[in-house]
Ligand binder design. Structure first.
Ligand SMILES: [Zn+2]
Length: 230
């Protein structure tokens, strides 16, 4: 089976998009200022980007590329995107991720993009899964299909409330399952989350995909942080 390299085709705007934009103008995801349709952010925020691509390893050795550090305007954007019913920023954040992915994984072929799932209860509360939105936009940009390969079967405590490294590790153990036992078989998978901290969540999802027969799992997130663990 031949996969697809991550190559970006730019977004095209319809008349309808333009009308919609006149009524509900696009805003900078990092400071909420109104920006022209199609721009990824305002000029001031654009200056805060650097050309660095961040990489780290999720638990279990899954290589992970991230576009920005979890600091300053980038942390604000993530919080807004995640908790403020601001799913409209998905495209702009995913577009920034896409550049990092193309740069780091230019020689890789993927059969599917998938994402870290939310528990159904959490999904109902929030109304959307921010990681699924990013994965869906990346799929639109690249033509690589997005597949819901994982589900969360236990509504565990948020990872950031787990202070010790050992707690963070055990908190995610066994909470994810494949949606179908053959869904990952032989697949080269790009696994998406909004942020990587200690890498336990992505590592656990990666482990499940590999246990399900995935040929390869590479990860990408919008932001990366390093938290102090004890
Ligand atoms: Zn801005």
């Amino acid at each position: 089976m031949s996969g697809t390299k991550m190559e970006i085709s730019e977004r095209k705007f319809t008349f309808r998009d333009k009308i919609k934009n006149a009524l509900f103008p696009e805003r900078c995801p990092y400071c909420t200022r109104v920006i022209p349709l199609g721009d990824l952010c305002c000029d001031d925020c654009a200056e805060k980007f650097n050309s660095i691509t961040y990489h780290t390893y999720a638990r279990g050795g899954f290589y992970t590329v991230s576009a920005v550090p979890y600091t300053d305007i980038f942390a604000e954007a993530i919080k807004r995107f995640k908790f403020n019913n601001s799913q409209q920023y998905a495209y702009q954040l995913a577009r920034v991720m896409a550049d990092a992915i193309v740069k780091e994984y230019k020689d890789e072929e993927f059969d599917m993009i998938t994402f870290v799932p939310l528990h159904p209860v959490k999904l109902r509360e929030r109304g959307y899964n921010q990681s699924e939105l990013l994965a869906t936009e990346l799929s639109r940009l690249s033509g690589i299909p997005v597949v819901t390969a994982l589900k969360k079967t236990r509504n565990n405590q948020p990872q950031h409330t787990q202070k010790k490294a050992s707690q963070r590790e055990s908190n995610v153990k066994g909470v994810y399952r494949l949606t179908d036992k053959r869904i990952a078989e032989g697949k080269r998978i790009l696994l998406i989350d909004d942020i990587i901290t200690t890498g336990n969540t992505l590592g656990e999802c990666g482990r499940i995909l590999v246990a399900g027969g995935a040929e390869k799992v590479l990860c990408a997130t919008f932001a990366v942080t390093v938290v102090k663990t004890t």
